[in-house]
Design a protein around this ligand. Sequence first.
Ligand code: ATP
Ligand code: MG
Length: 363
Amino acid sequence: ATGTGKKLTIGLVPADGIGREVIPAAQKVMEAALPNRFSFLHLDCGFEHFQKTGVALPAETVQRLRDECAGALFGAVSSPSHKVAGYSSPIVALRKQLDLYANVRPVASPLGATGKPIDMVIIRENTECLYIKSERLLSTPLGKIAFADRQITEYASKRIGRMAYTIASQRLAARRAASGSSAGSLPPKATVTIVHKSNVLSITDGLFRESVRAVQADDPTFADIHVEEQLVDSMVYRMFREPEVFDVAVAPNLYGDIISDGAAALVGSLGVVGSANVGDTFVLGEPVHGSAPDIAGKGIANPIAAVRSAALLLAHIGESTPAHRINAAVDKVLVANDPSILTPDLGGRGTTDKVVRAIIAAL
Ligand code: ATP
Ligand code: MG
């Protein structure tokens, strides 16, 4: 979907809360990075849409994403604090209906919480593990007992493994292109870290790690990627001690959820971390933060997570040059660290709009 002269259609699904502020912000940055390249399609979805119409995710939204868009950018959905009859999360449904089986979360900052640069990507399996939500409660004479099933398939594990190797290869190629023949720097190397707990869960996590390894064994294009393993608990420890050693980490759903929120803390605010939901035929950029009802409508939401998600989306649809330029512009704004521009979550007194204008100026 990446013709040269033709416009690329990008779906925009702001949904709820600050999604309505950060998605238009990211749209402005995309337009500035590549003027006249994109046409934007605004689509409905979310809890507010549900309250108005009784439908959280209109069938038309899914259909038009599939049929008309090269990729899309999603904002955030509000999660009602109590169960609402007829409502279920539209982002979960979107991931399922578009078969977006991977959550790809780059965790990068020129200056992370440890004082060193961080540049890693966490790839979380998005379809199975404990998220098959198969639980039961038994009442016994000795008290209640609760069980949950955890599903790991060879198919899903290989599919996510292939994505990890592919992304590691692409990052290596980008590093090589960026460094040229500069002597003195370490030779760039691609590393995939498989995160699991197979010392305890030898059957399920054992299948995960074997399947991810098998992808490399079966495909010579991945032969020179260095593969290592890390038990999830020591992964957390090492990520906080020496995050700079990681390149690409791949994990089953629940571990991926936990380590990626932990990693977000390493690079500052929830407001700066973007992600992409990726499948074989579609990509949906999505900031990792939620709808932030406490600050919605005040014009102070940090747009950087959405802007970085837009860059990820562009990279996945083959527009890697504007993607790099957008990320470099964001880095510049972060490094300048101007409190009159940055939003309050980063200690500033700026606004969404000021950050957008600074990013566009840096472009
Ligand atoms: P939801 O139920 O939609 O997830 P939430 O109350 O959990 O909503 P989050 O969006 O997850 O809210 O945010 C958690 C905290 O981080 C909130 O205090 C919020 O204001 C802050 N926050 C999240 N995203 C941003 C952002 N882009 N800019 C500034 N602050 C943010
Ligand atoms: Mg939240």
